[in-house]
Design a protein around this ligand. Structure first.
Ligand code: HSE
Length: 338
């Protein structure tokens, strides 16, 4: 299975490490022999049609910060994403919620050249969900994005595959780990600025943390879930969004007296699509602390289920890419044998 990895940050590097450590398991259990034929970062491309030396790629990236030293095979192309032969294209560049670029153009180029695509980049899905799904269907290419919501926790797969035949009528939950960590610390009495600094020091918050604290990251995940799980056609601008920067510290004291806690809640039903701080009961299943995410789904016949897990992290998110890769391989095999 030939793979192109585009984006060599924490998630890209974690994925390559995971490929090395799970090579035996992947072949034995799923018949997958991954061959990474290209790694693309902001400085250039490492390319080999017979497969790159992943250990060397990781070492060079670690030492130099980019891949330009790698001795690549000759690649005569101005459009490498389209022209390199591969079964799967991984789009792992950072999320941009203003224009979705460069991820959006990368995904379009890959789908147009009939490659299956896996992404953990929320921007393209939050801004252009329907057209990307249409493009993938038109080109008969699979498009998977499990890691965009919940990091390594299979939130999307749970809703899509484990509740088959039932109808999810609404869901609500905590979709952003950084703000959940900050709110947990504020409930312990820490002022917002110190809680934010703590989250930054621990490496949870983004370099520009406004994506987290203004609620944009949670809103992007809500849009992806509303489209994929509920079949809605919504984008970021349809979300009624409030971040966590203006919460009065008195609210935390009031909530604690009522055995409640303030959480940044994302909610979707047939009337509401919002992200905002809400005081929830401490015995609510979605009451989780630290960087955990939690989502409760309400279904017509099976009632309520809650899924809880780590919502971020390089290796956790890489594990979701591996799940998508296995699913693509299995679909390819089924297609061939039907
Ligand atoms: N900044 C995000 C969070 C990362 O804190 O949840 C995972 O999408």
């Amino acid at each position: 299975m030939r793979i192109i990895v585009c984006g060599m940050g924490v998630v890209g590097q974690s994925f390559l490490k995971l490929l090395i450590s799970s090579a035996g398991n992947l072949y034995k259990n799923y018949g997958i022999k991954p061959r990474v034929v290209a790694c693309i970062d902001s400085k250039g491309i490492a390319y080999s049609p017979t497969g790159l030396d992943i250990n060397e790629i990781l070492a060079i990236k670690q030492e130099d910060g980019n891949l330009s030293r790698y001795k690549s095979s000759l690649l005569n192309s101005d459009n490498p994403i389209e022209d390199i032969d591969a079964e799967v294209f991984l789009e792992l560049t950072p999320t941009n919620l203003s224009t979705a670029e460069p991820g959006l153009s990368h995904i379009i180029a890959a789908l147009r050249s009939k490659k299956n695509v896996i992404t953990v980049n929320k921007g393209p899905l939050a801004l252009s969900f329907s057209s990307l799904i249409e493009l993938s269907e038109y080109n008969n290419a699979m498009f998977r994005f499990s890691g965009t919501v919940g990091g390594g926790t299979p939130v999307l797969e749970f809703a899509k595959h484990c509740l088959k035949g039932d109808k999810i009528t609404s869901f609500e939950g905590i979709l952003n780990g950084t703000t959940n960590y900050i709110l947990s610390r504020m409930a312990d009495g820490l002022p917002f600025a110190e809680a934010l600094l703590d989250a930054k020091n621990k490496g949870y918050a983004e370099t520009n943390p406004s994506l987290d604290i203004d609620g944009d990251d949670a809103a992007a995940k809500l849009v992806i879930m509303a489209n994929w799980i509920m079949g809605y056609k919504v984008t970021l601008k349809d979300v009624d969004k409030t971040g966590i920067t203006d919460i009065d510290p008195e609210e935390f004291i009031k909530a604690a007296k009522e055995k409640k806690a303030i959480k940044l809640i994302a909610k979707c039903n047939n009337k509401e699509l919002f992200v905002k701080p809400i005081a929830i009961q401490k015995d609510d299943p979605i009451y989780v602390n630290g960087t955990l995410n939690a989502v409760t789904f309400k279904s017509e016949h099976s009632g309520e289920q809650t899924i809880i897990g780590k919502g971020a992290g390089g290796m956790e998110t890489a594990s979701s890419i591996l799940r998508d890769l296995i699913e693509i391989k299995q679909s390819m095999l089924n297609y061939r044998t039907v």
